[in-house]
Ligand binder design. Sequence first.
Ligand SMILES: *[C@@H]1O[C@H](CO)[C@@H](O)[C@H](O)[C@H]1NC(C)=O
Ligand SMILES: *[C@@H]1O[C@H](CO)[C@@H](O)[C@H](O)[C@H]1NC(C)=O
Ligand SMILES: *[C@@H]1O[C@H](CO)[C@@H](O)[C@H](O)[C@H]1NC(C)=O
Ligand SMILES: *[C@@H]1O[C@H](CO)[C@@H](O)[C@H](O)[C@H]1NC(C)=O
Ligand SMILES: [Cu+2]
Length: 237
Amino acid sequence: MRFAVVLAAAAAAAAQSVVTVQVGGSATSPALLFAPNNINATNGTIINFQFTGVPGNHSVTQSTFASPCEPAPGGFDSGWIQISSAPSATPEWNVTITNDNVPIWFFCKQIKSPPGPHCVAGMVGAINVKPGANSLQAFEANAKAATTVGQFEGSGGNIGNGASASADPFVPSGVQRFVGPSGTAPPAQSGSGSASGSGASSTTSPKPSAARALGVGSALNVVLLVGGVLAGAAIVL
Ligand SMILES: *[C@@H]1O[C@H](CO)[C@@H](O)[C@H](O)[C@H]1NC(C)=O
Ligand SMILES: *[C@@H]1O[C@H](CO)[C@@H](O)[C@H](O)[C@H]1NC(C)=O
Ligand SMILES: *[C@@H]1O[C@H](CO)[C@@H](O)[C@H](O)[C@H]1NC(C)=O
Ligand SMILES: *[C@@H]1O[C@H](CO)[C@@H](O)[C@H](O)[C@H]1NC(C)=O
Ligand SMILES: [Cu+2]
């Protein structure tokens, strides 16, 4: 009996599948996307995020369906991986599925302008979207309509909801990793007013012509933006 269990475990280990996801396009064609961005993966599957976009400055940050561009409470977060020129090796981060019953939503939290918030440009993805429930299309639409992008570190770090990493991202020489301050999401915004909370605040204004980061006196900045401003942006970081 014990022998059979050991054999089964060995077989499971040998069969552990890996799904590779490119973060930020490729070295020759950097882009604000995850590819693929719609993944089905069973328990134990490794999602091997490869930061292939050069130049690139992206994160893989877990969010929720309702708040696509805010780090989720207890969610995983790679931090920003900044690649300015061809790295000696490809930075990567392995996240292993621990609960395939729950959908996992993620985004890139980069907001630097240009080109502005990557999440709002559609740099989002999902794992184990359930048929007939919240769709990736709806999540993307929510992301494109988001008015703030959380800059704090997802509170889970390597540990997420439904998926976790056993180690920090692999960062080769020439590549830098930035980790945001810990914090929590700003209060939900409503319409065109402004909101502020303890340690983080956000503002909206009528019609800015480009996305811009609003310093709010702390590192917990959020960004203000309008839908559509990212189209045609030339610089990809
Ligand atoms: C994932 O599996 C579901 C069935 O559970 C299927 O409807 C869906 O199309 C699959 N998604 C992808 C991206 O393969
Ligand atoms: C990369 O992103 C981090 C976090 O926003 C930022 O601190 C850093 O300055 C960025 N690097 C470049 C080259 O813009
Ligand atoms: C995957 O793991 C979760 C958490 O332990 C469990 O609830 C779920 O049933 C597992 N999925 C399968 C297909 O066994
Ligand atoms: C990620 O997982 C793959 C597949 O098991 C492995 O080859 C690779 O070395 C892992 N990378 C890191 C940084 O752990
Ligand atoms: Cu990005």
